[in-house]
Unconditional design. Sequence first.
Length: 297
Amino acid sequence: MTELAPQELRVLVAVAETGGFSAAAGVLGISQSAVSHSVRGSEGKVGAVLFERGRSGARPTPAGERAVALGRRILRLYEVLGAEARAAGRAAAGGGADGALEGTLRIAAFRSAALHLLPPALERLAALHPGLRPEVRVVRELGAGTAGEVAAGRADLGIATLGAPGDVPPGLLTGVLAREAYALVHPAGHPDPKSLPLLDWDENCGSYTRRWWAAQDWIPAATVKAEDDAMVLTMVGRGLGMAIMPELSLREAADSVEITDLGPQRPVRQVGYVTTAESASTLAIRALIRELRAVSA
């Protein structure tokens, strides 16, 4: 196979993200025929059809999805190459272990981690490396979740819930940052919180806690499903029910909410980072992971 050039990768990514050859041409500032020619050439080099063409546009095939994901990751390395080399040069000249880092740092995190775990780490990182510019996207931990953003090349690092087989796509690197226990949350002063209806949200209770949930005969089926954990906390505070929630979510609990420990057998979830092997070797991601570990300790 002849290697794909950076511009060919940019064309594949643009077609996938815009959904069509014409739209990709507009984004890239080239003609539609140049986009079509580039895609055909890439398909010939790869030896697979990368896009299904139709009246509604172009959609990546499974081979195309993989090619686009890897293409994003390769293009990202081109982007960070200069900043990494300059930082290494400054470090060699006596500027510290990492030198002064610069450039964009793309992070995906689920909501409570983005609110409570990430900000103190980014504050510490900014004090050391003011030239770094974090871009944080909140991603729901459903389906591919934050790990899927990393695998697809849309994020350099994801903060994710870990622990269950299949949580993370193969080939990615992970590390545990914190272990947080679940607790019973109910309206303050309620005499019998376990008698209340259960409030829940889609992202709650991964497969690593299902066995615990199944063994609790006092937990009813969810009466109300909410969009996210903040909405559940608000409804609990209004007296509408009780919930079982992890520690990060409970940092927003108001005085109208009471938190009760579930005992020594309570479920615990792991919160960690997900990244690629190539990103894990960069100075910026290594620095971010250090600060995440420091604030999670």
